[in-house]
Design a protein around this ligand. Structure first.
Ligand code: GRF
Length: 205
């Protein structure tokens, strides 16, 4: 058993409002999720979520890829920043970039993402619009491990959300986001206790 000083140390990657990050930190403060938020990083120095993280007393860092000669330089600096804060796990929550080799290889099997659809359906951008365009009756959210593909890593947890005929992208996005806030922390809680991947199936130990 880890003592409290050895809680799994988690970095958050955000690009915007950061409501998933805030929802997860709330569960940490309530004692329902035993992790240590190590740092919140954004590729967008103007991200609203950075202010929420500061309010919660979590170290923040922000720099855009445009400040670096190559994408690799950007990610190497990101890895150094995360490591400097003792990061073991990386939780992407509304981080609007594909992670590349430097980050993926620095945290093998320890990077999570949340996506607003039931993957493998509707990967990529504008998942809610894709959902409405396809006319499906059930959608939801997916927490998955990050690999080199776009929303292709092994699935940890999914929550279903019904699609009504009257739904718009906005109303559906709200419902899915509500489900995300109650899904992500549960998924983190599961995987940090240990897991293995059998075929494509994530098995919690
Ligand atoms: C969420 O819908 C998430 O699924 C997607 O981006 C959105 C981020 O929202 N990847 P927030 O920044 O956590 O509020």
């Amino acid at each position: 058993m880890r003592d409290s000083r050895q809680l799994p140390s988690v970095a958050f990657l955000i690009s915007g409002r950061g409501s998933n990050m805030v929802a997860i930190i709330k569960k940490v403060k309530e004692g329902k999720l035993k992790i240590k938020p190590a740092i919140v990083f954004s590729d967008n120095p103007g991200a609203d979520g950075l202010k929420s993280a500061e309010k919660a007393g979590i170290p923040v860092s922000a720099f855009p890829p445009a400040d670096f000669p190559t994408r690799e330089d950007y990610e190497n600096t990101l890895v150094n920043t995360l490591k400097k804060h003792g990061t073991e796990w990386v939780v992407a929550a509304g981080y609007m970039r594909l992670l590349k080799k430097p980050v993926i290889e620095a945290f093998p099997g320890k990077i999570l993402n949340i996506h607003p659809s039931l993957l493998p359906a509707f990967a990529g951008l504008n998942a809610q619009q894709q959902t409405i365009d396809a006319g499906v009756k059930i959608t939801g959210c997916t927490v998955h491990f990050v690999d080199m593909g776009m929303d292709t890593g092994p699935i940890v947890m999914q929550t279903a959300v019904p699609v009504e005929e009257t739904d718009t992208v906005e109303s559906l996005s709200r419902k899915i986001l509500h489900a995300e806030h109650d899904t992500y922390w549960r998924a983190i809680k599961k995987v940090v206790s240990g897991y293995e991947v059998r075929g494509r199936t994530v098995v919690i130990k």
